[in-house]
Design a protein around this ligand. Structure first.
Ligand code: SF4
Length: 423
């Protein structure tokens, strides 16, 4: 059993730091005994590098927001602008990417406002773009309404993809339920970007989360997007997590987010956080896919295939330490180069063998490839790379390996005290 699992018993403690990713995500929680540590600019690498230019937190306050259920981010969601937590200046975010060995210049997607919303920090995004000089795609997550400000600040930078999530509400739910953001106004903002020359490819739309209560509104939304000229969208099921803060199930049920027909314990194994992840009833998914087809949309449930097919990005063919078949057949690569890359990252592989799941790397005892590492290596070689010692998220101890080898660098000031205090 990995350390990440052993530490799960702490999860009900509101001041617990469960693992290294949790520390990078939100820093030390309120009430933590010891010196406070800020969140990292970027806290994980999966298909994208997820992070912020300046602040975590979001005043919009959707009731299903993941960050409500995490002890070191709960205070930053729906608590107004005062709830935002500053990490540092946007130049620090650019430096982090340029200095972190795992970041692939010209390879990886930068995902900004992953624990926030772009509308909370429009100028911070602009400053980041000014400081970050590499040619990588920069996706900006922005549920708020697009308008002249976003067009002027980012329109001329062809690296920027305007990303938004549109969540249709069930007709009977109240105005404050699900999300206070109005889908019609979002669509008007998107049309504004299109009318002002932003191409469809630079607008990435996620629709959902969906369940049986809002699927009809979702079908209508997909028709609208097709009529607006979009050719692809992402769609999502519902997720619920628990990382030190239990979800308010009664409220989620009252609002119809939990519809009674979901498998609420359906998260795949290996996750500390999710209780239910991207869950869609087959009938709901079927209705969405049929609507997408009628609207001429390529529909993506998983973002790996979206990034590969629509943005031409190198992605890992491995996920959760297995070959992810939706991405396609993994490629054959030069094993010596793979070995050299792993060595450059700080590992000393004992062997690399070909299996039906891809390249199987045996590391010595005590060396662990986290999902941040596995997905970087897989993307670098556009193949599937799996490990004997693998963890979905770094433990606190793994942060030492990250720091010693500059995989994520620099880590937030004071991180080492937290690691030492939790041994
Ligand atoms: S807009 Fe996004 S970050 Fe903000 S509360 Fe809603 S889900 Fe959370």
């Amino acid at each position: 059993m990995s350390n990440a699992f052993r530490m799960m018993s702490d999860v009900s403690d509101p001041t617990a730091i469960v693992n290294g990713e949790h520390l990078l995500l939100g820093g030390t929680p309120p009430g933590y005994v010891g010196n406070p540590v800020l969140p990292a600019y970027f806290y994980k690498r999966r298909y994208t590098w997820d992070g912020e230019p300046e602040f975590i937190g979001c005043a919009i306050g959707c009731s299903f927001c993941y960050y409500r259920w995490i002890n070191n981010t709960v205070d930053t969601i729906g608590t107004g602008k005062a709830g935002l937590r500053r990490i540092g200046p946007p130049s620090g975010a650019a430096q982090f990417l340029e200095q972190s060995k795992l970041f692939g210049a010209n390879r990886d997607i930068v995902m900004l406002s992953a624990r926030s919303d772009g509308s909370m920090q429009v100028e911070s995004v602009t400053q980041f773009l000014h400081e970050f000089t590499l040619p990588n795609w920069v996706f900006v997550l922005h549920r708020g309404y697009f308008g002249a400000r976003q067009l002027e600040q980012w329109g001329r930078d062809s690296r920027v993809v305007y990303c938004t999530t549109i969540t249709p509400k069930p007709p009977e739910s109240g105005p404050g339920s699900w999300s206070p953001i109005d889908p019609d106004r979002q669509l008007a903002g998107i049309q504004y970007l299109l009318d002002n020359g932003i191409p469809h490819q630079r607008i990435s739309i996620m629709t959902g989360p969906f369940n049986s209560n809002n699927v009809d509104a979702g079908v209508e939304l997909l028709h609208t997007l097709g009529a607006m000229g979009f050719e692809f969208v992402t769609y999502r099921g519902c997720s619920v997590g628990n990382f030190g803060v239990a979800p308010d199930d009664d409220k989620l049920r009252d609002e119809g987010f939990l519809d009674g027909g979901q498998n609420e314990e359906s998260a795949p194994g290996g996750h500390d956080y999710y209780r239910m992840k991207n869950w869609l009833a087959p009938a709901v998914e079927h209705a969405l896919l049929a609507a997408g087809k009628r609207a001429g949309l390529r529909m993506y449930r998983f973002t790996g295939t979206l990034y590969k097919n629509e943005y031409g990005v190198s992605v890992a063919y491995n996920r959760n330490n297995r070959w992810r078949e939706e991405i396609g057949q993994w490629n054959e690569v030069d094993v010596h180069k793979l070995n050299a890359y792993l060595t450059w990252l700080g590992y000393t592989p004992l062997s690399i063998e070909i299996t039906d799941q891809g390249y199987f790397v045996t590391l010595p005892d005590g060396q662990w490839a986290t999902e941040d590492v596995a997905m970087s290596v897989g993307a670098e070689f556009e193949t599937s790379v799996i490990f004997n010692n693998h963890r979905i998220a770094p433990t606190l101890e793994d942060l030492r390996f990250y720091a010693n080898n500059r995989l994520f660098w620099p880590l937030p000031e004071g991180w080492e005290h937290v690691v030492n205090n939790n041994q």
